[in-house]
Design a protein around this ligand. Structure first.
Ligand code: ADP
Length: 293
């Protein structure tokens, strides 16, 4: 029984008695089945998927630990992960989510700016992870433009070709890959620790209104890539951006580069969900190519 196995891994990891007395399904996720489990006065958050997804859960736990180490933004603490009987699981600290308060978004902006100060010798990360359900390649590289071209846009474009999205999308994509270095004339990014999947569905607020981030796809990259994603599906509040900018100014040219960064996520959506995103990807490419003329 998978729940007995999960309880056993929790007991082994925490050294406390634990049995699942109650489990409640939680909606809202995109990829996995999620549950709250209660027992012996404890409460945990559990994600479940096929055993083939065990590496994805290992990478998620490692991503959460990487952010936790910076002591900047709060993340759910990873407890343990495991696999048995065709299923894989990830157990995290359970967070009781609440509403934001007047200071929450400012705190999130300032916390993110501090998190972005965590740096590494190279762009990428020591392991690959996933963006949504798609592999995200993090092979380390000292050159950001090469990294973004090969492991981000190029990777998704090749996947799109394999999914039958050829023609103009590929032609414009090729031109963009060849010429995009012109967008970096006055911008020399440092490898900053990124959340990697920072949309509104992956932030929350604890009972005291303090912000949390979860479901990350971390790597070290241009901090503008995280900021761009906050703008992709509706945008965060003005307090968030004001607090971020107060900690760290944003370079001129971000207003164009954000399309380059969000194109990665739109191509990923095209690859995951199909045709509707193709038009959006093509118009983002046209917008960028117009800057390069
Ligand atoms: P998926 O990997 O399937 O996208 P998420 O990580 O987005 O799943 O989690 C699904 C939902 O579960 C979230 O929208 C959030 O409401 C809730 N959730 C995520 N992490 C926790 C946690 N540690 N404690 C309590 N609820 C959580």
């Amino acid at each position: 029984m998978v729940w007995d196995d999960i309880a056993a891994t929790i007991r082994a990891e925490t050294g406390t008695a634990f049995f699942v007395e109650r489990k409640i399904s939680i909606g809202g996720g995109c990829i996995n089945a999620a549950y709250r489990i209660d027992g012996c006065g404890q409460r945990y958050f559990v994600k479940l998927n096929d055993a083939a997804k065990a590496a994805m859960f290992e990478a998620e736990a490692a991503s959460l630990s990487e952010i936790a180490q910076t002591q900047t933004l709060r993340v759910p603490r990873p407890v343990c992960q495991g696999m048995n009987g065709g299923q894989a699981w990830l157990v995290l600290e359970y967070i009781e989510f609440n509403k934001s308060n007047a200071g929450s978004m400012g705190e999130l902006g300032a916390g993110l700016a501090r998190m972005h100060e965590a740096t590494a010798p190279h762009f990428g990360w020591h392991r690959d992870n996933t963006i949504g359900a798609t592999p995200q390649i993090n092979t380390q590289n000292g050159d950001w433009i090469t990294f973004w071209r090969d492991h981000r846009l190029g990777y998704q474009l090749r996947l799109a070709a394999a999914n039958g999205h050829d023609g103009q999308l590929q032609k414009s994509g090729e031109r963009l890959l060849a010429d995009m270095n012109a967008l970096f004339a006055s911008h020399k990014p440092q490898p900053s620790l990124l959340h990697g999947d920072l949309w509104g569905g992956n932030i929350g607020f604890a009972s005291d209104g303090k912000p949390l981030v979860f479901d990350p796809a971390v790597y070290y990259g241009d901090r503008e890539a995280d900021l761009a994603m906050t703008e992709l599906f509706g945008g965060f509040s003005a307090d968030f951006y004001a607090a971020y900018r107060e900690c760290t100014p944003i370079d001129a040219g971000y207003s164009v580069r954000k399309y380059l960064y969000n194109l990665y996520h739109i191509l990923n959506h095209l690859n995951l969900f199909g045709g509707g995103y193709r038009g959006q990807a093509e118009s983002m490419m046209e917008r960028l190519l117009a800057e390069l003329k």
